[in-house]
Design a protein. Sequence first.
Lengths: 1335, 132
Amino acid sequence: MEALKRGLIAAAVAVGAVLPLAVDALDAAALQQLVRQAQFWETRNRPDLAREAWTRVIEADPDNVQALERLIELEARHGSAQKAAEYEARLRRLAPDSPVFQRRAQGLGAADRETALAQARSLARSGRSAEAIAAWRPLLDAQGEPPAALAVEYYETLAGTEDGWARARDALARLSTARPEDRQAALAYARVLSYRAATRREAIRRLEALGDASSPVRAEARRALRQALLWLDAGLQDRALYERYLRSVGDDAELRAKLDGLQAAARARERAAADARRAEALRAGYEALDADALDAAELFFSNRLNTSPNEADSLAGLGLVRLRQQRFAEAENLLGRAIAARPSLRASLTEALDTSRYWRRVSEARAAQQAGQWREAARRFAAAVELRPDGDADVRAATTRALRKAGDAQQAERILREGLRRKPGDPALVGEYAELLLAQQREAELDALLAEADRRDPSMLREVRAALLRTRAARARDAGDRTAAERWLQQALAADPQSPWVRLELARLYRDMGRSVEADSLLQALSEMPVGESDDAVLVQAYALADAQRWYETLIVLERLPPSKRSVDAADLQKRAWIQYQLQRAEQAAALGEPGRAVEILNAAIAAAGRGPDHASAIAKGWQALGDPARAVAALRRAFAQRPPTPGQSIQYAALLLELNQDAEFEAVTTSLIQSGKTSSAERRELEDLIVGYRIKLADRLREQGDIAAAYTQLREVVQRYPEQPRVQSALARLFTAAGDVDQALAIGRALLRDQSEDPRAWADAIDAALAANDRETAQAWIEQARRRYPEDPAFLRAAARLAEQQGQRARSLRLLREAAALEDRARAESAAPELMLIAADGSARNGLPQPVFDLLQEGGAESVGPLLPRAGDAGPSAAPMPLRVQRYRLDGALGARATETPARPAASIRRPLQLRLDHGDPDAAARPWPGRRAPRSIAPTLDETMQRLETSLGPWGAASFASRSRRGESGLSRLLAIETPFDLASQEWELGRLGLRVKPVVLDAGTVSGLRNKLRFGTLALINGESGDLDQSADGIALSLGWRIGEFAADIGTTPLGFDVESLVGGLRWQTRIGQAAQLAFEFASRPVTDSFLSYAGAYDPLTGKTWGGVVRSGGRLDYAYDLDRYGLYLNGAYYALGGRNVEENSVLELGGGLFFRLLREARHGNLTVGVNVTNFGYDKNLRHFTFGHGGYFSPQFFTTVALPLTWTGHRGRLDYRLEAAFGLQSFREDGAPLFPGRASLQQELEEIVEFEPINEIPLGYAAQKNSGLAYKFGGALQYRVNAQLSVGGLLSLDNARDYEESIAQVYLRYDFAGRSAEPGVLLLPELTRGTLP
Amino acid sequence: MIRVMLALALLALAASGRADDQTTALLEAGYPDTALAELEARLGANPYDPVALNNLAVARARGDEVFAALELLDRAARLAPEHPVIAENRNRLRTWLMRRIERADAHGSDDAVAGASRPPALLPEPPPLWVP
């Protein structure tokens, strides 16, 4: 190999060394070879190759004459005159005598021309254009131009050569222009033009013109045209050329095919172009999608779909956008449509479509989950899992959670187990399984699971562990074991310190336990968590704020949750807080004086709450806050119609029913609640609280109806259970007051007010008890305090009025009642909807009917139809035409009797104690149902009734009376006929009292003193042995008196009848009051005439001495005490008087008395029957009952006692009032002996001297003592007729009989009350004869 | 033509006037349900009739539907702000409602924290409801 290399190198060096020496020899040989080649080609008639060979010779040897000569001819034949000329110039320089020049100057001969032409044409026909042109050369002139006749043929041949086309075209153009009639020239020119693509359409145009029917070259032109059309690189724009040709020439398969191809190609080209354009157009959209510019991509594809709704690419593009936007349902729809529009897209879009379908199911399931539709959520989750069994474990877990929530725990567990088999230990599935066990309280299994989880990952089931502990805490709390609940929650907090829920629950527990500071601290830590760190933390903060009813802050905190994180619970809380906040705003708007706005806001809350039951309680509270409990009830009822109420809602409903006095429904609701046993302990407390209120209400109602026993039954259990509740105590106090146990009521009242209660009802009840107990001082103090506290509460003005009335200050009482009435009127005006004005047809205001008329119309109920009949038929139960007055209060505060008080009628002096008590004027009427009657009236007197009673009682009145009193006795001495006709006028009662004036004409007639016996016992006639004429004992006069009465005090001053022999100033002071509930006390200091006889009353004239004596006045004090226990009572009295008259011995008397009474019958229909026993004792210092000078003429035993059994029957029938009295008894008295002239020692001494001097005379020295015992009786009766509201007439008859004593009284009277006060039934207005107008 | 139109307008006015009288008479005669139906039918035909609104408010107030009455009067006052009867009715009802609410408030505030002060102005608007 190495030897071969060295050989080759040596050969190369050898070649290099000999190369310059061989060049010359090589050129000559090569040149010769080239010359031979050229000559060869000329002989072969290949001038082109011959010219090429000669050209290479010239290039190798530029001065080669032979080559130049051949090239001149060849170029000239070829038509390259210029080159031929160049070669001629070079040849002339080298060989000026060359024969070439001669030959060219001589041209060809005719034969040669024909031969040459034939050769040229032959060559042309065979397609050898270049050779044909070369053949033409001898025919050309010196300028290379053919003869004119052959010019068209020559140029047409020339056009077929490679380089001759342009020259030929130009020449033919010139020819056809120069010879317009030469159609051959025109045809040739057109044909030549058809050879080149650039001019082919021009050629076609010319050929079409030449091919018409008249053209001589029509056939050739059409052929040329057909060829040109075949050559034409046609487009759609050329379609008309073909169509024209086919139309004019007829069908041509080739051209038809070309036309069809042309159209198909055009269409294909158009499609391709459109595809390209579309691809270009879609490029922007897909680029945006790839760049994650979803908005831009969405806009792009949407716009395209607006114009082309079914464009598959855009559908697919928008579908992909939706998929990226997680709008899976839309994505699925769009992708499906894209595939339907272009099935070829299926392969590329299937995965996206499946993804959309999967996540669409998942998202729908989550939406259902968020809406709380657990069963639907479970179904959709399951469908998703079915699509991808090995898909997301979270979805499987969510499926089981939804199933569990939907109540299908069994299926949930099955799916979970299947999931755990596929993905053992998957945290989501394990967590869900733990939740399932927790929910099913399978705590043992759960503990095992937690232990296993701890072994794997201690933090894995942290939340479940906390949830388990929370569950245990909740259980403990429900069982009331707060300590255990706290322990569990603390463990939960330790297990999951990040859990806001544990904090919330622990805080709630602390708050329940009153440990607010710790609760706040826990929640404070929660609020310090960074915003957004945990959505649960935000939600828990919101819950905590909602617990505190800080609704606005709740809403603001909830706004921190992004919309995608707003769970069903969060949305529920937001709605609750929103509604509550609007209620708060409505209430505030109302308080700010914008009720319209309040209603508007409340309506917004109602609209938000919807008609569903969820927020009905809140709405009801809203209406209640606006003072419309009826709407509140309506809201709850509507809610209950849709869903059975929770116990809490039922309790709220019951509270509203209680407020609206819907008692029957209240009882039904509360009973049902109690029987259901579904209430929590707190709810039970709340419910019982309501029931306590209801029991109190029932007890009050029964009490007001007078059924004390039933009221006590209602209250007893309540008192036993809640003795410490002030309202219970208050109710009991009311009951005690009504039952007359006023001391107990007052004790409760004192306890109620010990802590300065804030409850006005407690104050009212305590005051009521004090008033009933007649503890005026306490009542006064409490009333003052209560009025300071509650100046707008009319109850305390009424109480003050009652107190004033008890004190006898009825005018003041009336004033206070009027103030109370004004307050009540205002309150009533505020509570009843105002009367609004209608607008009549003429646009004017039209006030409504008067209220009573309106009430009556409303009361009718049924609409009256048909003509009005002359007499109302029996239409069954109908409303009362007038208010039914079945009860009336009567305040009987007078201790003293209005009627004349005598010892024989002791019961009449004792009245029932001062207390507010119903006087059942017609108790049957109260029980008697009135057909169609509305709710029974409260039996408590209305304010109007009380005021009316007081107003009438305060009015002025006048009375006139005629009284005849007759005593059996000795004429001129103890016999007496007294006619008294008092005229009374009482003023209105003012706060300073009432004034009364009496003018009382009196006529007395005792007969005449006649007969020695009587004369000896009259005056001093005994001194003259009775020697005197008969003495008339009659007198008349007019007594005047003025009275004043204020409250419990009364005073009067007056005279004995002016005109009597002895006139005296009389009068008295009286105070009567009550002590406690039952006791009454009266003091009187008075000076009154003694009207037993003519002598004691009017005084008598002694004819012997010319003096008058008598006219006895009794002055002293009297004390009355009574204790009335309603059905029976006792009374005591004592008095001491000094008695004196003109020329009458001074005397004194001490009286003591007492008795018992029993009210046997108390029926309005039959009247009241009272029986009793009465003991009366008195004793005068001196016996001055005789008629001699110094005696007083009044019964004055030294000892008197009587035991009587009085019986009184009072009552009334219609306007007639009556009283019948009878008393039977034993009486005994003892009189001391008395001198004939007591206290007149000189007269007595003179008398004794006369008797001593004339002992046979019958002149008595004095009066013997005596004892007397016997039966006594009394009958009497009074009748009164109330003519009308002003006028009453009445009369009295009385007969009092005892041994040596008989008095009969007859009296009639008229009484006129200017204030229209008719006497109350059963009350006799008999004028009192002794004490004056105002006894 | 104008005369015919005028006659028709007067006829309608007269008919309307009779309707007013009829409904007010029904109301005054104690047939509130019938009156309510009449007035509501009338408002159905012309919801912008301030007189019918006023009279319906009167009927509602008599039925103790005071809040509904106030809403009606508010509407009537917006339609006829110068009508003295409507203004007076509205003023009466507003005043009465205010007092009633004050009373309810006072009654309800017994258990409230003592001294809790009321904000001087209406509370701010809440954020929108998430799920209307």
